[in-house]
Design a binder for this molecule. Sequence first.
Ligand code: DO4
Ligand code: MG
Length: 302
Amino acid sequence: MKLVQFYDVDESVHVGVVQDGQVIDISDRDQDITTSLDFVDVARRQRRTLDDVVAERVADAAGSAHDYAELLEADEPRLTMPLFPPQVWGCGVTYRRSAEFRDADMEGPMGIYDKVYQSDRPEIFYKGDTQHCAGPNEPIGIRVDSAFTAPEPELAYVLGYDNEIIGYTICDDVSAWDIERENPLYLPQSKIFLGCTALGPTFVTAGELTDPYHLDITARILRDGAVIFEGSANTDQIRHPFETLTAYLVRNNPVPVGTVVSTGTGIIVTEEAALHAGDVVEIEIDEIGLLSTPVRQLTADD
Ligand code: DO4
Ligand code: MG
């Protein structure tokens, strides 16, 4: 199943299933089941799979349907992130390309990224929660103190009650690379700010995705309608199995259901393509869709 969330014209949140180009509204307002994670909770309480619960609801749904392609573009109703994550975590230097770029780029001790790339213990860092996230067509941010912020196009997975993977989405791990480059100890500041994460457009349940380790990821940055950067990677280049990433994340660190774990970037944006206000970032992953987000310059008041 492919889940999306959208705001209707009255700003109420709805959850939908994408089927045959349509978004079937499966929200159950009488039961207060209006988000993707509400369905995860129902599945847990009824000891059923998420796919099962959602399929039953699709069969019963008396709600309206929307054209998915139209919803991707529309203002009213409008798509938002496909789940509201209580926590988002990022994994770093899981692709060789990310290690090479960061080591080559750094002033100071060389090789720390390669050491992490080679190690059993992955790099894992906090990325904030729902308030730091953008969904489709919602703005990602550039910090006031960064001149080189870049998108990091990544596959992300979503954790269930027992830390199992219940689904996948696209994550843009937007990062202030100049702040990280100045000193790796500044990593949290380079990683956490308003609009530092974009998620969407769909949340594909684990049973639905053919093979998370063989997915093409492509990314583009558009400025004034022209493509100024394009890159691609495949998730078969990721160094660690996702279970290893999760095992390190949750070791003595219980995380809530719905936690999003982003698996690292294999696409490195050049400094000439550093994000500017008004740019649009497009990230596409097979079977998940195309996530398009505008870029906003944050101000001192944000
Ligand atoms: O070590 C810095 C962050 C690395 C990262 O976010 C990535 O490789 O995706
Ligand atoms: Mg990253």
